[in-house]
Write a protein of this length. Sequence first.
Length: 307
Amino acid sequence: MLNFLPKPLIAVVATLLMVINALFWVPILLIFSSLKLLLPFKAVRLFIDPILLSIAEAWISGNSAWMTLTQRTQWDVQGIEGLDPNNWYMVNSNHQSWVDILVLQHLLNRRIPLLKFFLKQQLIWVPVMGLAWWALEFPFMRRHSEEFLKKHPEMRGKDQETTRKACAKYALIPTSVMNFLEGTRFTAAKHARQQSPYTHLLKPKAGGMALALNAMGDKFQAILDVTIVYPDGAPSFTDFLQGKLRRVVVRVRKLPIPSHLLHGDYATDATFRDAFSQWVQQLWREKDAQIAHLLQATRKPEPAVSP
C-alpha cells in the first residue's frame, strides 16, 4: 500500500505501472491477433480467441494489482456472486468517469467473459490502447449528427452494420457486451442541456442495446444492470491516479432478457421502438431512484458543532 506517499508521487507510480503493464501485454495481443488476421478461418478463430481473452484478463489483473497498491478504496459491492465466466451477458451501467471502466473490469474480471465496449472511431488512434482495442475486436462506431446524415445519407446505418458484424463474431465464444446507455459521461452541464427527467442520469439512448439484443439476444443468459456510485463525488482520472478513490458503491442486478424485445427492428418499427424505449425508461427510473438511495445511505454525517 503506497497511499502514504505524496499524491503527485502516487500518480507517477500509478502511471508508470499502468504503462508498463500495457506495454507488456499489448505486443503479445498483437502477435496472436495478427495470426488470426493472416489465417481468417473459423477454426483458427476458435483456437486463438480464447488465448486473446486470457491475455486481456491477465492485463486487467495487472491493473487491479497496481490499483490495490496505490489506492485505499472502500469497496461496497453486491450482486456479483454466482456469475458465469462461460456464458454471454449484456452489461449496462451508468457512466460518470473514465474510472468506471477500471471499476467494472476490476470487479467483473474472470467472473464473466471479457467486457467488449462500443468505442468512438477516434479512439482507434489512442497510442497503444487503440491497437489493443483493435486486436480484441472492440467495435469502433462513427456517430454522426442528424444534420450530417441528411447531407450524407449513404452513411446512415453504418454503425448498425458495424454492430451486426461485431455481434456475429461475439456469438462464437462467450462474450460480455458492454453498453453505457447514456452514451457519454454524466456532467451537470450535459444534464442541464438535455433537460434530463432523471436526477442522477442523462437520457438513455436505447438503439445500441436494441441492436445488440436483436443480433444475439438468444445467446445472452441475462442482462447485468450495474449501478456505480461514488459517495465522495465522481473522480477524474487524475484524481484516481493520485490515489483519491476513497469509496465506491456498486450494485449489480441480474435481469431476464425481455423476450418480446428480442427480435424487433428498432430503426424501422415505431411500435417496437416505443415498447423498447418504455422498457429502458423504466430501467432508468429504477436506477435513478437506486442512486439517490445509495447516496443518501452513504452520506457522511455532518460534524457536530459546539454550542
